[in-house]
Ligand binder design. Structure first.
Ligand code: URA
Length: 243
């Protein structure tokens, strides 16, 4: 059935309102009691509506807006901001937690031991790193690879959301708890969420275990392979022959 432009706009507006509501609920759960209504903040908020009408911005613009970021304490110890890499028009995007030691040094996501495993997973689904887009929730390495805190995630999440809107992938695979909860805002363990598809606007999101977790728990690789087969089926990639 044809959708009239007015109806399409209304649907996008409803989607935006739902997203605002879930973000407000998340902020309230984190103890937020109010908002800054300065000109600077109002200017940021006034930009939100434009994106609702699909004015896609470039990854370069988003990277430029991040600048030499010092929005959170992770900036203190980082060597490089790890923005993301891969195909800016990818139909599949992988989102991890945050850079580790190697990523911090090289400025590229998933290039250490966990990254090598992710590369193997991508090959197993018959794609290459150049065909997909890979990034993280936080762009700076947390000291000693600790889990990023809620305020660090909130400082960086708008950039991830803009990356997703810029790339507009059809599918997105969240790697581990932090990426899954940050994007889907569902408070369930990754063991429960993994291997199922969730809607993020028009994007189908499939959570799976983080490759670093797989390095510590290799017996879980089988579960990830099951998740990847579901992803391949949904993407129309033949699962027939393993590499
Ligand atoms: N772990 C992540 O979550 N991201 C990386 O880039 C590397 C390791």
């Amino acid at each position: 059935m044809a959708t009239f432009p007015r109806q399409a706009h209304k649907e996008k507006l409803m989607e935006a309102i739902e997203q605002i509501c879930s973000n407000l609920m998340l902020l309230s759960e984190m103890g937020c009691k109010g908002f800054d209504c300065s000109n600077q903040s109002l200017h940021i908020v006034s930009g939100w509506g434009k994106k609702v009408y699909n004015q896609v911005e470039s990854l370069e613009k988003i990277r430029k807006d991040i600048g030499e970021c010092d929005r959170c304490r992770l900036s203190k110890n980082r060597r490089n901001i790890v923005f993301g890499s891969g195909n800016p028009h990818a139909s599949l995007m992988f989102v991890g937690e945050g850079p580790g030691y190697e990523e911090d040094i090289q400025g590229e996501p998933f290039v250490g031991a966990a990254g090598q495993l992710l590369t193997r997973i991508i090959k197993a689904i018959k794609l290459s790193r150049e065909q997909v887009y890979i990034c993280n929730v936080v762009k700076c390495r947390p000291p000693d690879n600790r889990t990023p805190t809620a305020d660090e995630i909130m400082a960086c999440l708008p950039f991830l959301q803009r990356q997703i809107r810029a790339i507009q992938p059809r599918f997105l695979c969240t790697l581990g708890t932090i990426a899954t909860k940050s994007l889907l805002q569902i408070d369930e363990p990754i063991s429960v969420l993994r291997g199922k598809f969730y809607d993020l606007g028009q994007i189908k999101v499939i959570p799976t275990y983080h490759p670093a977790y797989l390095l510590r728990n290799p017996e879980r690789k089988r579960d990830v392979w099951e998740d990847m087969k579901k992803l391949m089926n949904a993407m129309g990639i033949d699962t027939g022959k393993n590499p």
